[in-house]
Design a protein around this ligand. Sequence first.
Ligand code: IFM
Length: 497
Amino acid sequence: MSLLTRRRLLRRAALSATAAGAARNGLAGAAAAGTVASATTVAGCDGTPDPDGEADPDGALRFPPGFGWGAATSAYQIEGAAKEDGRGESVWDTFSHTPGRTRNGDTGDVAADHYHRYPQDLDLMRDLGLRSYRFSISWPRIQADGSGRPNQRGLDFYRRLVDGLHERGIAPMATLFHWDLPQALQDAGGWENRDTAERFADYADLVFRALGDRVPVWLTVNEPKTVVQNGYLGGHHAPGRQDPAAAYLVAHHLQLAHGLAVRALRATGVEGRIGPALNLHPCYPADETAEAAAATRLYDGYENRLYLDSIFKGAYPADVLADLGPESRMVRGVRDGDLEIISSPVDLLAVQYYTPIYVTGQGDTVRRWPTSEAEWQQIYPEGMYDILTRVTRDYGRVPITITENGLPCPDTLAADGTVDDTARIDFLRDHFAAAHRAVRDGVPLESYHVWSLLDNFEWNEGYEQRWGLVYVDYPTQRRVLKRSAHWYRDVIRRNGL
Ligand code: IFM
């Protein structure tokens, strides 16, 4: 494994360690130190300009008619009810119950209690005017041990949820896997075991047959890169490993799982669109040197092309494969026909954008923009434009949905019952505007889901980071619309800014 790869891995591990001690006082960071540089963009998409994306004569930024304004959540982060109605254990139950793994020892046992309070949450979505709701299905609720007959009570919960969405005029968008792997499958090797991808396809098939008549859009694997980097390199996510050799074999099996699920949907004959949910990071050289340019190119391979190329081009990027080496577990784990499966045609691409990455000639990363409470996040709206235009330019005009974008803020509930999260409004406004410019420049963007609908369990950060449009007072489970939620309702009503 090359020097660059080793540096990356060490950097990741260091980042995860510092994340545990990150400042929690709002925005802080590099811009204050005067290090803001103009980014070298990779933008420049040659799509057809979309007249619907133009600014109105009054200067307002209107999105295309019927644009899918939405919000997103995931099962383990909000549902709670960890032991109810036949749900089995997931890797996140195990991880969060292991002392020292999460901030304050927080777990998802109760979370936002959405499993019980979903009718109220559906009403909140309706009141916000959401047109689309992206949620995830908990695999261990459907198959407690990750295989075999489905648990009807688990399926019934999601049927009630999607029925409730339709009753309120909100389109469901379901993610099949948002990291809560059944623990029984982890015990059998987890994503290092190729068989887990086959089990995933079986599970997907069950879900398609049970809910396919009510769910128009499916997403396969949420952020495979995060499982690879946080779960198998940094080790600060479940299953808590620090094993570079295993990490990229896991990446391959997650990609394979994606492709098998796409094929499973087609095989059922169920109508519905399907695609991957990828967190993409625009990568920029930290300086003008040739070394930085080369290091950035490889970094981009690991961050973006590994996932995009395999799905949209049917090949892993040659530079990444060369960097991993022919004897790596990943390269040896790719079998004939795997790339054909992974590149099975999809209907849409779900993009999750939070932060850019700046890379030095030595393969280290540096900060250029203010960070948020999430230490890994630099606030750079232009990165949204760059990544959207780049995928359209490099991978064709596949319809795009933004399935996550958001900001954690130090939100507090004031005595008058309000939550003033102005920083979140500023963040969203700037990112919406960047997305609007991308639409104007030809990106076929059809919807935008803010992360997140509700404050929730932010993985190893527990409940301290609040990402929601809606404040959750955990002791009482009371919901309070933050100022950003009121603002977002107006954005939706006006279909723009
Ligand atoms: O909370 C997570 C989510 O589960 C996946 N994408 C990033 C979010 C914020 O960290």
